[in-house]
Ligand binder design. Structure first.
Ligand code: ADE
Ligand code: ZN
Length: 334
């Protein structure tokens, strides 16, 4: 079996995926038209040409602008359903999806419009596509703590639909410690926690995510390599990093895939997972991320299988469910 097909076929979980980042240009145009929104770009091609980023912020500016076409519950439903069809084609069997309610509530869209559209699509995906899921609500870290508290209080009405809270948006200058109290409240309410840290920000932000936010996983975390004592901590506790290789190249965290530190992090004994972050903007879904790493580092089938195993062992699912998928993966490399 050719490596490309092996990567497509191996069961995978995706743990770092912003649903707003799956908005494909064609869908964006279609939704803009039906919602009567004028875009700055006059064609899908012109929009695609704008997808050249120098850093995280230059991407976020375009990503928040794009999310403006999402207005009605059906828009959130269709966005999520389109992602699930792509995930299904790559044999993604479990997804943990980030959503950013503040991106929408700030524009006057009701919290329930956002969550109901996303959740109904995920429920249909679970029934009809056999993809299990959980939802992770992210706070936008460039906004004040008080806004995050307000968002958390809105989420309490939907507690049964949300598994964990996360932290995303502009990292530099917005350390995890800014949200220590919000995460304390969220954990008291029963939510698990994760946070983006060490994507552009320093290793200290990863320490803060661990110590102040009590996170179960670090999203990105690639800058951990600069701090040997942090690497020891991550290895010792086997805290998973949800790495997004194509994202890191597009946002200039590394110049080329060969220069990505993925292999170095693996060689330190860390639990790494492969994810697509914002696939509509970064040129590939999860299988393309595995393939890009395989090309750059000559990964074997066993290496790929181990990464797929990690994606399930790092997931917020039962041990029994993990074992079922891990067995299936092991059989593929026997
Ligand atoms: N929001 C969407 N994608 C993100 C990323 N890679 N980092 C921070 N915030 C984000
Ligand atoms: Zn992300």
């Amino acid at each position: 079996m050719d490596m490309n097909i092996f990567i497509q076929n191996i069961p995978k979980a995706e743990l770092h995926l912003h649903i707003e980042g799956t908005l494909e240009p064609g869908t964006l145009f279609r939704m803009a038209e039906r919602n009567g929104i004028r875009l700055k770009y006059n064609s899908v091609e012109a929009l695609r040409r704008a997808y050249r980023f120098d850093n995280l912020q230059s991407f976020l500016d375009i990503y928040y602008e794009g999310a403006g076409v999402l207005q009605k519950e059906i828009d959130f439903y269709e966005l999520t359903w389109e992602y699930l069809l792509k995930a299904k084609a790559q044999n993604v069997r479990h997804v943990e999806i980030f959503f950013d309610p503040q991106t929408h509530t700030e524009r006057g869209i009701a919290f329930e419009t956002v969550i109901n559209g996303i959740y109904d699509a995920l429920s249909d995906g679970s029934r009809n596509l056999d993809i299990s899921f959980c939802l992770i609500m992210c706070f936008l870290r460039h906004l004040p703590e008080s806004d995050a508290f307000e968002t958390l209080s809105q989420a309490l009405d939907f507690k049964d639909k949300i598994t964990a809270v996360g932290l995303d948006s502009s990292e530099s200058g917005n350390p995890p410690s800014k949200f220590k109290r919000v995460f304390e409240k969220a954990r008291k309410e029963g939510f698990l926690s994760v946070a983006h840290a060490g994507e552009e920000g320093p290793p200290e932000y990863i320490w803060e995510a661990l110590q102040d936010l009590n996170v179960r996983r670090i999203d990105h975390g690639v800058r951990a390599l600069e701090d040997p004592s942090l690497i020891n901590e991550l290895r010792h506790r086997q805290i998973p990093l949800t790495v997004c290789p194509l994202s890191n190249i597009k946002l200039c965290v590394f110049k080329t895939m060969q220069e990505h530190n993925f292999k170095k992090l693996l060689d330190q004994g860390l639990c790494l997972t492969v994810n697509s972050d914002d696939p509509a903007y970064f040129g590939g879904y999860v299988a393309e991320n595995y393939l890009a790493l395989q090309n750059a580092f000559q990964f074997t089938r066993n290496d790929i299988a181990q990464l797929a195993i990690n994606s399930f062992s790092a997931a917020f699912i039962s041990e029994d469910k993990k074992d079922i998928f891990i067995e299936q993966i092991k059989k593929m490399v026997e």
